[in-house]
Write a protein that binds this ligand. Structure first.
Ligand code: NAP
Length: 488
């Protein structure tokens, strides 16, 4: 297998083929997809380009493995998931480096991602043995109601490039805990982590065919073929709202159960009475984790007039001081964007905001050179009709707007089709909880800039998604209740 440009690290171990039925195999046509390091623009490796026939082979393998996996005792499934957790922790450094290489994110963010991704195995190892049914007397007293939870069936999992490990384990771990077998299609930009983890699952004892991984440059027809296969009963997708809409329409043809983790446009609200240190730390985390390439990233920062100027001064100081560089450099705090198209989109949004009256206080200009870099940027007086107030920026740009009243800021925060995450900073906990309940979002960070937790239900309202991952909810997405009415 091609190891890439020859000058970079040898990643050929993670590009051995499609992972189907526990074996590495070439795709039908032998086509390849290049994986590029966004920090250097060097080709890291080439992975196989699966066709519809390859996808059907992956579903065949998942179907062959399904009965035995569903019948495997929960305790055994739990122990295998626990072993996946332990192996991920043991190999955290190597996995983090791989993520940094193919995604570009700073090593410290990649290490955080590996720890988060591994936790889904630990959490779901615990969930696997706690899936319980119901037994009740029917209200009429005529019979009993018995409810059993069964694996929903073969699941197709589609994941984005921004968290190459965590978005996959957040689906695979609960699916396996529930007794489902899966076909994972990772993003074309970051497939190496998914393939590295396939090796790890096999070593942990996941039987052949339970997890299959395929990469493709034609996700539309490949996914449609899998969703049209009557053996597939579940689609779990994480990605943009636009692609989510396409997949919902495709899944509707076979009435497949869908869990959708889609785009975000998170507002941050900083009230006058906020602790400025806490607000700055929280906003830096909410904005700059993954260099802004996160669905939960702060996309609009509303600051009350009394604290506005002090907040902007501190934020600009912190953003200016960030070290920009290649992800694998341990001193890097802000890595490159994933593609040149991502850089161009951010540039377009910043230009639009400037034309509508915004003032750039730092960054805002691409330096050029090698790698897909965009500098940390603060822009103030962002107009309500600026494109960046409505579209995901997905980059290191902090747009700040001033507000005066609670009602005004709640209306502005909710003025979006998205509803994933939101953040509120105030010392008045009553106000914090009141505003949290008024915000149209699935998750709120109250005086903190991080909401992701494997033990909590992650997901959005409005066009940010359907269903939840993590917490007790995550495993339920891969289970169907079976009700038996019984008289005795
Ligand atoms: P994307 O373009 O929607 O792609 C996501 C996945 O869908 C990739 O694997 C992609 O494959 C695949 N795909 C693209 N077109 C498809 C089609 N027609 N049929 C089937 N699959 C298709 O999203 P992205 O750019 O990778 O990721 C960024 C987006 O994900 C942002 O909107 C972000 O907010 C969202 N996100 C949401 C969450 C959440 O939990 N809510 C978490 C992370 C990211 P290719 O790579 O081959 O195109």
């Amino acid at each position: 297998m091609d190891a890439g440009s020859g000058s970079g690290p040898d990643l050929s171990a993670h590009a051995r083929g499609l992972f189907i039925g526990g074996a590495w195999r070439d795709g039908e046509t032998g086509g390849r997809i290049a994986v590029v390091d966004p920090s250097t623009e060097a080709v890291l490796a080439h992975v196989p380009d699966a066709t519809v026939a390859d996808a059907v082979a992956a579903v065949d393998a998942a179907a062959a493995a399904a009965p035995a996996w569903a019948a495997t005792p929960p305790r055994r499934r739990s122990e295998i998931l626990r072993r996946c957790f332990e192996l991920m922790v043991e190999r955290a450094d190597a996995l983090a480096t791989l993520i940094s290489l193919e995604n570009g994110k700073a090593l410290r963010d990649a290490r955080g991602e590996v720890a988060y991704a591994a936790e889904f195995f630990r959490w779901n190892a615990e969930e696997a043995v706690r899936i319980s049914g119901d037994f009740a007397v029917a209200p009429a007293g005529t019979n009993r109601i018995v409810v059993d939870y069964q694996p929903i069936g073969i699941a197709v999992l589609i994941t984005p490039w921004n968290f190459p490990a965590a978005m996959a384990t957040r689906k695979i771990a609960p699916a396996l805990a529930a007794g489902c077998t899966v076909v994972l299609k990772p993003a074309s930009e970051t497939p190496l982590t998914a393939y590295a983890l396939a090796d790890l699952y096999a070593e942990a004892g996941v039987p052949a065919g339970v997890v299959n991984v395929i990469t493709t440059s034609t996700p539309g027809p490949v996914t449609a073929a899998m969703l049209g296969d009557p053996r597939v009963r579940k689609l779990s997708f994480t990605g943009s709202t636009g692609v989510g809409r396409i997949l919902l329409a495709e899944a509707a043809k076979s009435v497949i159960s869908c869990s959708m983790e889609l785009g975000g446009n998170a507002p941050v609200i900083v009230f006058d009475d906020a602790d400025l240190d806490v607000a700055i730390e929280g906003v830096m985390l909410a904005k700059m984790r993954n260099a802004g390439e996160a669905c939960t990233a702060a996309n609009r920062i509303y600051v009350q007039s009394g604290i506005h100027d002090a907040f902007v001064a501190r934020l600009t100081e912190r953003m200016t001081a960030l070290k920009v560089g290649p992800g694998v450099d341990p001193s890097t705090e802000c890595g490159p964007m994933i593609t040149p198209a991502a850089v161009a989109k951010i540039g377009r949004l910043v230009e639009d905001a400037k034309q509508r009256g915004g003032t750039v206080l730092c960054g805002g200009t691409v330096a050029g050179g090698t790698g897909y870099f965009y500098p940390p940027t603060v822009i103030t007086d962002v107009a309500p009709d600026a494109a960046m107030a409505h579209e995901e920026i997905f980059g290191p740009v902090a747009p700040v707007s001033r507000f005066d009243t609670e009602d005004e800021v709640v209306a502005r925060a909710n003025d979006t089709e998205y509803g994933l995450a939101a953040y509120v900073f105030t010392r008045d906990i009553g106000r914090g909880l009141r505003v949290s309940s008024r915000l149209e979002a699935g998750m709120i960070g109250l005086n903190r800039g991080l909401v992701s937790d494997p033990a909590a239900p992650f997901g959005g309202v409005k066009q940010s998604g359907l269903g939840r991952e993590g917490g007790h909810h995550g495993v339920l997405e891969f289970l169907e209740p079976k009700y038996v009415a019984v008289t005795f």
